[in-house]
Design a protein around this ligand. Structure first.
Ligand SMILES: NC(=O)c1ccc[n+]([C@@H]2O[C@H](COP(=O)([O-])OP(=O)(O)OC[C@H]3O[C@@H](n4cnc5c(N)ncnc54)[C@H](OP(=O)(O)O)[C@@H]3O)[C@@H](O)[C@H]2O)c1
Length: 326
């Protein structure tokens, strides 16, 4: 990384798919302390177009070879936004080249890979952050702080449901070459992260996970509907429901001994939705959660601290997803 600590952190985007195009590149543009520098795609034209469309800062921004992209001494960090099973090798290569890594969720498709990624970043002295953008939803943040301050009393139970209706099984998540889970990887891992974020500070680690996984519509290798029942060290419980078989309003619920919070359509991309607690409506300002996560990661490098979700927490999430389909 450059010696100039005052300039923004220069990010390369690894892959040009949906989330890179619609959420991450705009977030890097809007985030304080970040600059979009270069991009990697399997296709040279796609890389060139992406670089141009999003205003890449590098004089040679478009790459089809990862090593060539990483050899750039002016580049500080990568955002890995490729298909899930590709994250591990891309992260380890970036760490080996001395670049900080902000990696999309789930960070890997096996716990062993997730642990190799954390070790590689630790050994190289670079930061590793995992992109659970829902932690930057303003209302979720307010109420996570409230839960930790005891506003709901002792936390007893939590529920999260996030589903979608896939038109067919053509998405890579439905197959095994570059995916491991379907709904669980697309959105279930976010639900798991929310539940861990809210519950663990006062309830301890997850001590028990009981899954129900169905695959009886598309008959592929991966979860179509997944229900996870969780127990924490304190005895508190949680339920997660994800599915690729039906669209429904997204819902999160937090219950304590002295209060509750109900979240309607807050899970999603836009930092929006409605929150009602036992005390009434909780008003919040909708903000772009992707900008928040990029700003936090850039600040973590600048301030030499862990980002909001570090590699160890990302790896624990992967371990639970792995346990769910074992
Ligand atoms: N945090 C969130 O809100 C959120 C939302 C959606 C997705 N994600 C995560 O972001 C990552 C990308 O998801 P996405 O929805 O953007 O997927 P996508 O639209 O399918 O994009 C994936 C990209 O990965 C690259 N890729 C390289 N080899 C591939 C292969 N064999 N098959 C498919 N893609 C390949 C491709 O980019 P090139 O063609 O340019 O090489 C492709 O466009 C995943 O890890 C996903 O879980 C996060």
């Amino acid at each position: 990384m450059s010696e100039d600590t005052h300039r923004p952190l220069r990010f390369a985007m690894i892959a040009t798919g949906g989330i890179a195009e619609t959420a991450l590149a705009p977030a890097v543009k809007n985030a304080a302390g970040a600059e979009f520098w270069s991009v990697l795609s399997r296709d040279a034209g796609r890389a060139r177009d992406f670089a141009e469309r999003h205003g890449a800062g590098s004089p040679r921004p478009a790459h089809t070879d990862l090593d060539a992209l990483l050899a750039d001494p002016e580049l500080d960090a990568v955002i890995i936004a490729s298909a899930d099973a590709l994250h591990a090798e891309q992260c380890i290569a970036a760490a080996g080249a001395g670049k900080h890594v902000f990696c999309e969720k789930p960070m890997a498709t096996t716990t062993a890979d997730a642990e190799r990624m954390t070790a590689a970043c630790r050994d190289a002295g670079v930061r590793l952050g995992i992109a659970y953008h829902m932690r930057w939803h303003r209302g979720h943040r307010d109420l996570a702080a409230a839960a930790q301050a005891g506003r709901f009393g002792t936390l007893r139970h939590m529920r999260a449901q996030w589903t979608m209706r896939a038109p067919d099984a053509s998405n890579w998540r439905a197959r095994s070459e570059v995916g491991r889970w379907w709904g669980l990887a697309a959105v279930g891992t976010h639900c798991l992260d929310q539940v861990r974020w809210y519950m663990m500070p006062s309830c301890g680690e997850v001590t028990r996970l009981t899954p129900v996984i169905t695959r009886n519509v598309f008959h592929g290798p991966h979860d179509e509907t997944a229900l996870l029942a969780l127990e924490f060290e304190s005895g508190a419980t949680a339920e997660i429901c994800t599915s690729v078989l039906f669209d429904a309003p997204r819902r999160m619920e937090v219950y304590g001994s002295d209060g509750y919070a109900l979240f309607d359509d807050t899970l999603g991309r836009y930092g929006a939705g409605r929150i009602v607690t036992h005390e009434g409506e909780h008003a919040f300002e909708p903000v772009d959660p992707y900008t928040g996560e990029v700003e936090d990661f850039a600040a973590s490098v600048r301030e030499d601290r862990d980002p909001e979700v570090n590699g160890e927490e990302g790896a624990r999430n992967v371990a639970l997803l792995e346990e769910a389909v074992a």
